[in-house]
Design a protein around this ligand. Structure first.
Ligand code: PMP
Length: 410
């Protein structure tokens, strides 16, 4: 398999070598590496990606959920380009920032005020600081396998972090002691394998948090695209703080937190004893402009079409696996899916890790060889740029890859 891969991608191999001479490991974002070297992408248009060898791929990654309308989405890119000619960032507030904030406030009932950052990671850090300040408590409760960004204190192993298994209410109740400032939760475990919350789990966690004087922070960095008001609307949740990112920047770097006027007031320059919050590029106008267009075009109809496409693809992949005699399941939250090589869908990160066998990585390479760009860990994200023919082609590539796996051809 790797022989085929190397033979097909010589320019990627050479480019990666050159990158590795100046970037440790040849990359600057862990997730973009897989052995022996990643295909080096050069261009993307709509549902298609092109690598430096000129190979075309069907894009089932969409930059890990940030591109809900596909690559180089014209209206978003035009909005960003318009900003470039008048100045993309100023040392003053700008109307494009409050226009995007107005959109978020109108879509998400728990969000009355918004503060922008440059990434989801920074937004999580700001949410943690705000929770600590508001509660005068130090520790955070996270779920095993959750990803809130690559900075402390949102990392398992940080001294101020307690971690419990997702979907385990008893463990959550036990860990929610009087020194916890906030519980951070994703509406589904994203990076750990798109594992949905069990019905009622998150509302029970939110109730427990409030009962014990901790904030309930919902990380909707990935999930905001799954409903007009985010997954919180679908799940009937009203978090104290919402962490946002990815799709709200329309492909440009962004992050944000949102919450009640009362809580968010602590981040204002006008508030005495405030929590200092600055950033040279906060609310960058390319992201504000591209994000607003992207969200306007992500209405209930578009989301419904994405949902139905994702449902059909999940069915097609599970059917293809069954036909090839491969034990597999697909978990799904809206248009975000994950393939697991286990007959039953995992309920927490540990079960997902067990299902992420070397065969999953082999499938990823087999799919690349068929011109379908997915992730080594089995995650798939759809975009509105994919049409029925694209999805049919994707399903066929999965069927072919499963067959190769069954035949021990990969
Ligand atoms: N939270 C979640 C749920 C995420 O998926 C991510 C990124 N994958 C982040 C936070 C961090 O966002 P960023 O990569 O923009 O820092």
């Amino acid at each position: 398999l790797l022989h085929e891969y190397r033979a097909r991608t010589p320019r990627s191999a050479a480019a990666f070598q050159r990158a590795a001479a100046v970037l440790p490991g040849g990359e600057t974002r862990f997730i973009t590496y897989y052995p022996p070297y990643p295909v080096i992408l050069a261009e993307g248009h709509g549902s298609r990606l092109y690598d430096v060898d000129g190979i075309e791929y069907l894009d089932l990654v969409n930059n890990y959920t940030s591109l809900v309308h596909g690559n180089a989405y014209e209206p978003a890119m035009q909005a960003a380009a318009a900003v470039l000619s008048s100045g993309p960032v100023f040392p003053s507030p700008h109307e494009l920032q409050w226009h995007l904030a107005e959109l978020l406030v109108s879509r998400i009932p728990s969000v009355q005020r918004v503060r922008f950052t440059n990434s989801g990671t920074e937004a999580s850090v700001l949410a943690a600081r705000l929770a600590r300040r508001a509660t005068r408590r130090a520790r955070l409760l996270l779920f095993d396998g959750a990803y809130h960004g690559s900075a402390p204190p949102l990392l398992a192993g940080d001294p101020d972090v307690v971690t419990v298994p997702y979907n385990d209410l008893d463990a959550t109740a036990k860990a929610l002691t009087g020194d916890i400032a906030a519980v951070f939760a994703e509406p589904f475990l994203g990076a750990a394998g798109v594992i949905p919350a069990q019905p009622g789990f998150l509302s029970a966690v939110a109730d427990l948090a409030r009962e014990r004087g901790a904030l309930f922070v919902l990380d909707e960095v990935q999930s905001l695209r799954n409903a007009v008001g985010g997954e919180q609307g679908r799940l009937g949740l009203r978090p104290d703080l919402t962490v946002m990112g990815k799709v709200i920047g329309g492909g440009m770097p962004i992050g944000a937190i949102g919450g009640s006027e009362e809580l968010m007031r602590l981040t204002a320059a006008t508030t005495e004893g405030n929590l200092a919050h600055s950033g040279t590029f906060n609310g960058h106008l390319t992201a504000a402009a591209a994000g607003a267009v992207t969200l306007r075009h992500l209405d209930a109809g578009a989301i419904d079409r994405l949902d139905r496409a994702a449902c059909r693809l999940a069915d097609a992949i599970t059917t293809a696996a069954a036909e090839a005699g491969i034990a597999a399941s697909v978990t799904r939250a809206g248009s975000i899916l994950n393939l697991h090589l286990a007959a039953t869908a995992p309920l927490d990160a540990e079960q997902a890790r067990a299902a992420a066998t070397p065969a999953l990585a082999a499938l990823h390479v087999a799919l690349l060889l068929d011109g379908v760009y997915t992730t080594p860990r089995g995650m798939i994200n759809l975009s509105t740029a994919l049409d029925a023919d694209d999805l049919e082609r994707a399903a066929q590539a999965y069927a072919h890859a499963f067959q190769r796996l069954a035949d021990a051809d990969i």
